[in-house]
Ligand binder design. Sequence first.
Ligand code: ZN
Length: 397
Amino acid sequence: MERTTALYDRDAYRTEFEATVLSSAQAEDGAFRVILDQTCFFPEQGGQTADRGLLWREQDREYAATVIDARIADGVVTHICDRPFLPGDRVKGRISWQRRLDFMRQHTGEHILSGVVCGRFRYHNVGFHLSDHGVTVDYDGPLDEDQLREVERAANEAVLRDLPVIAWYPDKQEIEALSYRSKKELSGAVRLVSIPGIDLCACCVPHVRHTGEVGMIKVLSMIRWKGGVRLSIACGQRALEAFTQKQRVLAGLTDLMTAGEEDLADNVRKLRQELKESKARCREAEGQMLLLRAGEIPAEQQNALLFVSEADEDSVSEAVKALTARHPGISGVLCGDDEQGYRFMLGSPGRDLRPLAAFLRERGVKGGGSSDLIRGFGRLPKAAWETLIKEWNGPDI
Ligand SMILES: [Zn+2]
C-alpha cells in the first residue's frame, strides 16, 4: 500500500479534504478500516490521540461515516469508521476542528514548556501523553517548586511574545548542522518544529502558527517520576476550565468556613486542632463510662461481657483489664450491634483463650490472639455471643 498523503502535515488549519478510497474492510471488532489516498485526519502517534470527524460520499451527502479513530503504520493511515465505503469511492472528509485546535494548543504549549526546561536545566522530555482527558509530560530530572514556577513564568512569557511556530523538513545538510530535541533516534525524513529562541524539536504533530494562540500554560500538578518529574499541564481553554473549577472549589470552602481565601488554611488548621482535642476528650469520657459500666457488673458473676455501640481501642483495652481483674471466667467488651455484628476483645485471668478463638472461628467468627487476650469480629447477635461464651466456659453463677 502506498503511503497516505498527510495533508495535516502540510497545513494544520485545513479541516476539509477530498480523497479516493483505496480499501475498506470490516475488522473483528465490527468497525471498518478505511484507507484513503490522502487525509487531514491526524493518526494517533507521538503520545497524541487521533483526530475525530466525518467521511461521506461525494455523490451522496446522506451516506456519512463517523471517524472514531485513526492509526498509522508504515506511512499508511487507517481510518476507523462506523460505516464502510467501496474501493474507488470519492469521499469528502472533515475533522472536528474545535478538538484539533485544542490539541494543537496543548501540543505547542508542551513544546514551549519543554524548550524552557531543556534550555535552563538540560532535562529532556522522556514521555508525553495528550488526550481529551489530560496532558502529561515527563522530564528526566527533578524540579523544585521555585524552579517549576520559574519555568511556568518563562513559558507564559513566550506565549505573550506571540512567537512564530515553524514546521519544516530540513535537508540532510541542514539537519546535520542543527541541534534539536528528539525523544528517539529518527530514521527517514525528519520534521522539525521551531519556536525561535525557545525550542527546536523533531515532531510529526500539527501545531498552531503562533505561540499566542496557545493561551495560558498552567502546570496543574507535579509528581516525582522515575528519577525526574511528571507534570500535568493545561493550555488555553483547558487552563481556563481548570481555573474555574478551582475557583468553584474555593468558593465552596470559603462559604463553608465563612472565611476569606487567604484565611482558609489557618482556619482549617485551627479546626483540625479543635477536632483533635474534642476527640481526645470524647475518648476519655468514653473510657470512664466503660469502666463505670464494667464496675456495675456483679463481682460474683463468672463471665462478664459488656456490649457497647462504639468505643476506641484503648478504652476497650482498659475496660477488659478491669473486667478480667474482677471476674474469673471470660470477660470482654463487644462493640457494635446485632445487625452489623460485633468487634470483640476478650480476656481471662487464668485460662488459655486460644482454644476459644478456634471454637469461635468454627462458628464463623474471625479472630485470634495470645493465650490471655483474643480479638476479632463476628456477625452474631448479642444473645448468640452470650450463649457461645457460656457453652465454652460453663454457665454463670
Ligand atoms: Zn511534538
